[in-house]
Design a protein. Sequence first.
Length: 313
Amino acid sequence: MDAQTLAAVPTEQLLPWLMLALFLYGLCELAFVHFRLRRARLREYGMAFRALGFNLLVGIFITAIAGPLNKTLLALWGASLSPFDAGLGAAGWLYGFVVYEMLYWLQHFLAHKVRLLWCLHSPHHAPGAMHMFVGFNHSFLETVFYMPFMLGFVTALLGVHPVVVVVITFVDILWGNFLHVSDDVLKRRLGPLEYFMQTPSYHRVHHAQNVRYMDTNYNSITLLGDWLMGTLQPLDDAETVRYGITRDVDTASFLDVHFGEFVLLWRDLKQACSAREFLGYLLRAPGWRPSGEQQTAKARKLRALQTNAAEVA
Ligand SMILES: [Zn+2]
Ligand SMILES: [Zn+2]
């Protein structure tokens, strides 16, 4: 299979229109939340628009010097190196879906648990509110390199047919962006879908900095990976979501949101006293310290549990 044949897949042709529709819906949502409800954080929207413009320029630059780099082409490369092809039969689609979902869970889990990868992923989590442009607010390093490699190249290397990768990618972009619908627009839950699909309520939990909600609900289509790996956390109506990340971040600043974590990582790396400390800062979970009280999500959760147990006793 070549790139031209793959480009004929209907979802691949519809992809630019889907992106445009999501963008236009995001503008309508912004207009509603700002003019009707007077609740829009306009400076955060400004940051997200600057990030979109920057990512667009980076994409154009990379294409100019190295040619197009995307999930579809990486999937073709992965398939050319794969020892087997699961094909396009029912079993191939089922296999492809399970592999894609589990790799999505893994790449997202690593993006939260490896500090270097958190530097790439944290811009998506920085905003203090939920709206469609949070869905667009990703680091270019994540959207151009990390996710296409994990979800295009690796899935195809594991035998998933490139057409399956392209179709599931379409579903992922459609549903994954819908998960960021503003909670000022859609408040209610989605009935029976809550039993097996990721929904806005699950993803609001994922974007929370509440200790109990941290590092949960990693999938973007179904609950499969989170259910299997024990990271599923439904929204508890008794605990209001506080959006954002735990560091002090200026959410109106494109530079702070998109590069602030790299600056902090660089400061820690410079003061590392050994290779163990250097690698610990680079590859262990955000909040890891060589000594003293740990600030990782796991340590924070443990302390919260101990505090609750002490209060009950
Ligand atoms: Zn995340
Ligand atoms: Zn998100």
